[in-house]
Every structure is written in C-alpha cells, then in structure tokens.
Design a protein around this ligand. Sequence first.
Ligand code: ADP
Length: 180
Amino acid sequence: MVTRQVEGAELEVIIADITTLGVDTIVNAANTSLLGGGGVDGAIHRAAGPELVAECRMLHGCKTGDAKITGGYRLKAAHVIHTVGPVWKDGTLSEDDLLASCYRRSMELCGKHELTSVAFPAISTGVYRFPADRAADIAVRTVIEGLSVAPSVARVIFCCFSEPSAKLHAEALARHGSPC
Ligand code: ADP
C-alpha cells in the first residue's frame, strides 16, 4: 500500500491478517501471561497450533513493554515475538513510553537473532484502547529508531487490520521516512 526506504530498510504499510505473512518473524500483541487471548493474539495462537502455547508456558510471562521470542510452528513465519502493550487509561501512566518500549524491545530481538524481516500489528489499539493515531506515530518513529539496533532487518511491515489504521500508519511513515 505504501513503501518507504529508511537507512537501507524497506518499511511498508499493508492491510492483512498477520498470521498469513511469510516473514522471519511476526510480532504478537500478547498479554502478560503469554498464554493466549483474543484479537491478534488468539489468531496467532490458532494459526501456530498448540506447540506455541507450550513454548510460551516455559517463558513465565512477560512484563508490559517487554518482548520475548518463540518459534512460529505452523505459521509461515519462523518466529513470533510476543510483546505486551500497555492498556490505555488517560496517558498519564507512561502509556506512550511503554508502547515505544514494545517496538524497541522487538527490534532489539530482531537484531539479536539476526532476523531480516518483521511484521508488526498495531499493538495496544484493540481491546487495550490506545488511541490509534498516537499509537501509529509511536510505532513508526520507534521502529525507525530501532533500525540502528537491528542492522539485519531489511524489511518491516506495519500489518494493519483496517483501512483507517493503515491510513494512520501511512501518514506516520510519510512524516518520519523518506520516499522509496
Ligand atoms: P491489544 O490487546 O494490544 O489492543 P488486539 O489484538 O485487541 O490487541 O488489537 C491490536 C490490533 O491488532 C488491532 O488494531 C486489531 O484490529 C489488530 N488485529 C486483530 N487481529 C489481527 C490479525 N489477524 N492480523 C493483524 N492485525 C490484527
């Protein structure tokens, strides 16, 4: 839908079901238990199969703003990075910083595991109610900053699930990236 080149990496905004993407890793908007939930988390666990929750059980949860990596099992993606976004309250509970931390920690894991392609959903913008425009800006800005800690990453996909979400990410990409 929209593509920009930043520091040698291609950043794309698409509308798709993230479970269908053939990338090195998809990112899951998980909860602190890492044992599955609704929304994108439920879709990823359903598509990956029961082996995913079995591996997640061994991770003993994840703090808000942090991220952990597992295999992708029956997904096309080889890995899943599970990150826990903040629940939006009123913006005074470090929600912005915690959301940025999700993207930063995910990019750090991509760098550590030398992954080349990663797809992110719009973390926290579903049942966690983070304002979608504010979240899109944080997502794009933090991923661009994170390219410096993930030099292996050549392709980043912002995998949106609706037209309005994709528009917000495309606008953020236009603000923060240079045209391809
Ligand atoms: P959170 O609890 O972090 O808010 P949700 O799963 O409720 O997580 O929503 C996060 C975002 O993921 C929302 O924008 C939602 O529309 C989107 N989403 C839901 N299912 C999928 C999917 N299969 N692929 C990509 N994005 C999805």
